[in-house]
Design a protein around this ligand. Sequence first.
Ligand code: CAA
Length: 379
Amino acid sequence: MNFQLTEEHLAVQAAAREFAQTELLPGVIERDEHQKFPAEQIKKMGELGFMGMMVDPKYGGGGMDAVSYVLAMEEISKIDASASVVMSVNNSLVCWGLETFGTEEQKQKYLTRLATGEIIGAFCLSEPEAGSDATSQRTTAEDKGDYYLLNGTKNWITNGSTASVYLVIAQTDVEKGHRGINALIVERDMEGFAIGPKENKLGIRGSDTHSLMFTDVKVPKENRIGDDGFGFKFAMATLAGGRIGIASQALGIASGAYELAVKYAKERKAFGVEIAKHQAIQFKLADMATNIEAARLLCLQAAYDKDTHADYGKSGAMAKLFASKVAMETTVEAVQVHGGYGFVKEYHVERLMRDAKITQIYEGTSEIQKIVISRELLK
Ligand code: CAA
């Protein structure tokens, strides 16, 4: 067993850390407050290769492994979880889904631009009445011969108004249940496609989350991903990898808050000494560091499973379940360490606390992760 990161891993980690500090930190509070999408920063992330990290270089990607992806996601998320959710969705849901299941034509047409960050993508599964119960799709994709007629509404879509390519899950044959669902590539300018208002969110406020409306959108048959009826399995398989991305995001939120808490504890004085000298604070930091290390190991285990072509459904779900809990607990404690300063925006920890919550909800709630894990255990 080797826990040593390679030279390449360390270089990716250092590059992501440097980028986060120099490009994401300035303005992060303002973007959060005004719900401003980090457009320039995402463009630069594309130029640096962070938007298609694991994609084969022949399609414009970085050809890196999932371990590198986890390391980069952690560093970016320490500073700006709004930027890292854009990165996670583009890398693990959109690029991975297209590279793994798309046709050569689809890869040439869409993946090559998504992997370089020239354009970004969105993954559209959730609906007003289909969140955790993802098989209950109300959006319909009626088979009309050489095209599908798409009708319905999708909710809480990350990159809702900034994406150019949308992977939309819809029901073609109700009789067949989840085996009658298809995944379609929808382009932003297709007629009948409309973007609803932006959600005003608790956290990750810089990311743009919208509902999307499809009214008689004609999607050519060649835009279907996989065979007829493959859409639900496409969504499940893609989300299994997506959960590694969100787990690493949660890890980054936790470690970002922890680093701020350590720094503050060494500076702030109370009762004549730095608060880091008080056992009450030391014990909090010890718990945070231990939990974060355990979350990191689960994230890296899931990434390693993916890299070695082992089954990563369970390890990815465990990583997300645990890391998101650690993110929530650590950020709450980081605010506590900061006292009154933690409650104001300038100190960053209140934002990280608000950002942490979504990691227990999207790409499968913590309860869904427990379903995925326990089904594997009891197989
Ligand atoms: N890979 C491939 N196929 C899979 C799979 C996987 N990981 N997991 C399940 N499947 C297949 C099953 O084999 C089954 O197919 P067959 O019947 O042909 O064998 C089919 O999918 C249905 O599976 P289940 O019977 O297990 O389905 P279920 O109704 O019990 O639901 C569930 C399972 C795990 C609860 C699933 O509905 C689920 O994951 N729900 C959560 C949805 C979710 O994560 N939403 C997130 C939205 S996306 C998002 O948040 C992105 C963003 O913007 C940040």
